[in-house]
Write a protein that binds this ligand. Structure first.
Ligand SMILES: NC(=O)c1ccc[n+]([C@@H]2O[C@H](COP(=O)([O-])OP(=O)(O)OC[C@H]3O[C@@H](n4cnc5c(N)ncnc54)[C@H](OP(=O)(O)O)[C@@H]3O)[C@@H](O)[C@H]2O)c1
Length: 346
């Protein structure tokens, strides 16, 4: 059965990645897109071969060809769009960060449960084969007891010594309310927090952060360094930032019997290489650059979850847990204190 998708949001991410990925995913069809402006909705639909553009959520949700919505609106709009979609019986795949507060994230999980629709999260790093290998190595004990993880996601262009604020339709990225109190933490760090949880199969219990923001004079950070403690005591060092044009975007897992390194795998495109050195596994592998492969895998997984009536690989609860980490990290950056993470019951 073909899955009919609508994208909620007609911005950069849907334009560059989500619509093209839906276009090449087997058994997926882009039915519609939502913009606040009918002209922009129609233009997006024409560019990407969608059957309809809508400027009203109710009109979009009344379109019976739509089975699932990909919520890719500004962060603070994810809750409202998810709530409307769930109440209309549409399945939801939400972009990260799931929400701008833990309460909102919990409400998203609950409204999808109450209305019997699936909720998934757009954590595409879970679909990079390098990270699947890391997860297998950890769960099979091939690296021994894991002691430390180091993971980093940065970006930038040379010749930009100062942050260039986003403007126009993208100016919401500079607003602490629409962003949820974090900038690179919400844009990049949240992916890495989720990757650590996914690879380790454990929750994060404590966070300590140092950033150049979260102050009255600079509410949003451009660089952030975090120490996270997992349930079994393993520590993860995570950093993220902009104005880092030559960033490595590596992911390393150190165990008592070996090491996994993903070189340049922490990026939305599938790319980079892995090296494993250990008592029992020694291997290298490189990945040809593929801009959309992780997104296609994410879309296919969501469709399979519907067909098999199982949870998607990244669930609503995963989104809630990552939001709890975002919130703890932001609070730690503000206060300078280590924050214990309270896990909300779903
Ligand atoms: N998974 C990933 O790797 C990844 C990558 C990038 C982004 N994302 C996520 O995807 C979402 C969208 O990101 P994006 O880069 O596409 O955003 P964007 O290009 O800035 O566009 C968002 C769109 O939202 C509308 N909009 C702007 N300000 C608004 C406001 N104050 N209230 C409501 N709508 C507003 C505008 O469209 P209209 O005026 O036409 O409605 C705008 O084009 C974000 O949550 C982001 O974190 C995920």
């Amino acid at each position: 059965m073909v899955l009919g998708w609508a994208i909620i949001g007609a911005g950069m991410h849907p334009h560059q990645k989500l619509a093209p990925a839906i276009g090449i995913t087997p058994d997926a069809e882009l039915i519609a897109v939502l913009s606040r402006d009918q002209g922009r909705a129609d233009a997006f639909a024409e560019t990407h071969g969608a059957l309809a553009g809508y400027s009203k959520m109710d009109d979009l949700l009344a379109d019976s060809r739509i089975d699932a919505v990909f919520v890719a609106s500004p962060n603070a709009s994810h809750l409202g769009h998810t709530t409307q979609a769930a109440k209309a019986g549409k399945h939801v795949l939400s972009e990260k960060p799931m929400a701008t507060s833990v309460d909102d994230a919990l409400a998203m999980v609950q409204v999808c449960q109450a209305n019997g629709v699936k909720l998934g999260l757009g954590f595409e790093l879970r679909f990079h084969p390098a990270h699947l290998l890391a997860r297998d190595l950890v769960s099979q004990g091939k690296l021994g007891r894991i002691r430390l993880l180091q993971a980093h996601w940065g970006r930038g262009e040379r010749g930009e010594p100062e942050h260039q604020p986003r403007s126009g339709l993208r100016s919401w990225w500079e607003n602490p309310t629409t962003m949820g109190g974090g900038s690179v933490i919400m844009g990049l760090g949240v992916h890495v927090f989720d990757l650590v949880r996914y690879v380790m199969g454990q929750e994060i219990t404590e966070a300590l952060a140092m950033t150049d923001g979260q102050t009255d004079s600079q509410p949003l950070e451009h660089i952030a360094s975090m120490s996270l403690r997992l349930v079994d005591g393993t520590i993860a060092n995570v950093s993220c930032g902009r104005m880092l044009p030559d960033t490595l975007n590596n992911f390393t897992v150190y165990g008592t019997d070996g090491r996994f390194t993903g070189t340049a795998t922490v990026w939305e495109a599938r790319m980079g290489a892995v090296e494993v050195v250990s008592e029992t596994v020694n291997q290298t592998e490189s990945f040809e650059y593929d801009y959309l492969a992780n997104f296609v895998a994410e879309l296919s997984d969501f469709h399979a979850a519907l067909n098999e009536d199982r949870e998607p690989t990244a669930t609503g609860t995963d989104g809630l847990r990552s939001t709890e980490i975002n919130s703890a990290v932001i609070e730690s950056a503000k206060t300078g204190r280590t924050i214990k993470i309270e896990h909300r019951t779903v």
